[in-house]
Design a binder for this molecule. Structure first.
Ligand code: ZN
Length: 303
């Protein structure tokens, strides 16, 4: 008798077992494809209400962000690097939709890079902020978007928030022109913390994170949505550290993540040194560990 709902990516259910329980929820790992999914799944109304709480983007660190605006500094290099990759595939640019655009910071950089930008954001307060920043209307649902075909869709740390990611991706693919690209990032459920130290993994975040992918299950989800994969790769190496070093460097990691570290360059270099040490330690002690915290993917709507 199956106790948990079937995997939202591959449909497998038999023997799927929880990796961790938190706040009345369980994260269940699919034995078929490796996807980790939250159960019970909150209702669509509960999810919508959750993101209307202003604390989600500033204050609620356990489920959301301590201060999203303060993170621009930490996000900027990732946003610029991703725009560079997108530009290689779509050098002529065109119309870009950012799904889950938050306060519109990525769209601001994208517009400066030559894109005609559109945004979708479920939080009405953040949608207002993005609209003010960019001077364009920001939709709060897919149905509210202006019509027309898109050249690119981006989704940074959004897919894991969707209760039925394959269906949602399919709806988005319909808005892409043939030959258009979808690019996304999402936590890597193959990361060593997800499997070996679940109590320390920050992506176990109910009720915000509903579905967490491995590289293989992300590939499956994108293909099922009708996309052809160009690349899936891993970024943000977060190797295991000896316990004392993990504790000693926690404040540094946090200050870099939320943009408050001073002086910035020194903190960044220190953190890189720590990660290099951790990488050497991992090679000796846990050589099988997957150390990358984030997956990125680029996929195309077939012509
Ligand atoms: Zn599965």
């Amino acid at each position: 008798m199956n106790r948990y709902a079937a995997c939202p990516v591959c449909g497998f259910s038999e023997g799927n077992a929880p990796t961790i329980r938190r706040r009345g929820f369980s994260y269940v790992r699919c034995r078929g494809c490796g996807t980790i999914y939250l159960t019970p799944v909150p209702s669509v109304e509960q999810i919508r209400a959750f993101y209307q709480n202003p604390d989600y983007f500033a204050g609620d660190e356990d489920t959301g962000y301590r201060d999203y605006a303060a993170m621009h500094k930490a996000l900027a290099p990732h946003f610029r690097r991703r725009l560079g990759i997108l530009a290689k595939y779509l050098p002529q640019r065109g119309r870009l939709l950012d799904v889950g655009c938050a306060d519109g910071y990525f769209l601001e950089l994208a517009r400066a890079d030559g894109w005609e930008v559109m945004g979708l954001e479920i939080s009405e307060e953040m949608a207002r902020k993005a609209s003010g920043r960019l001077n364009i209307p920001i939709a709060t649902s897919l149905d509210g978007l202006s019509p027309g075909e898109l050249d690119a869709i981006t989704m940074w740390e959004v897919l894991e928030h969707l209760p039925d990611p394959v269906a949602e991706l399919r709806r988005l693919v319909q808005r892409l022109r043939p030959g258009g690209f979808l690019m996304l990032s999402t936590p890597n459920a193959g990361h060593w913390q997800a499997l070996r130290a679940p109590e320390t993994w920050t992506a176990y975040r109910p009720p915000a994170h509903l579905v967490l992918f491995t590289a293989d299950s992300l590939r499956l989800a994108l293909e099922k949505a009708g996309l052809s994969i160009a690349r899936i790769w891993k970024v943000s190496p977060l190797p295991p550290l000896p316990g004392w070093l993990q504790q000693a460097t926690f404040p540094l990691a946090r200050a870099l993540a939320d943009g408050s570290a001073r002086p910035w360059m020194l903190a960044l270099m220190l953190w890189r040194g720590v990660r290099l040490l951790g990488w050497g330690w991992q090679k000796m002690v846990h050589p099988q560990d997957d150390i990358f915290a984030t997956l990125e993917a680029l996929a195309c709507r077939p012509a």
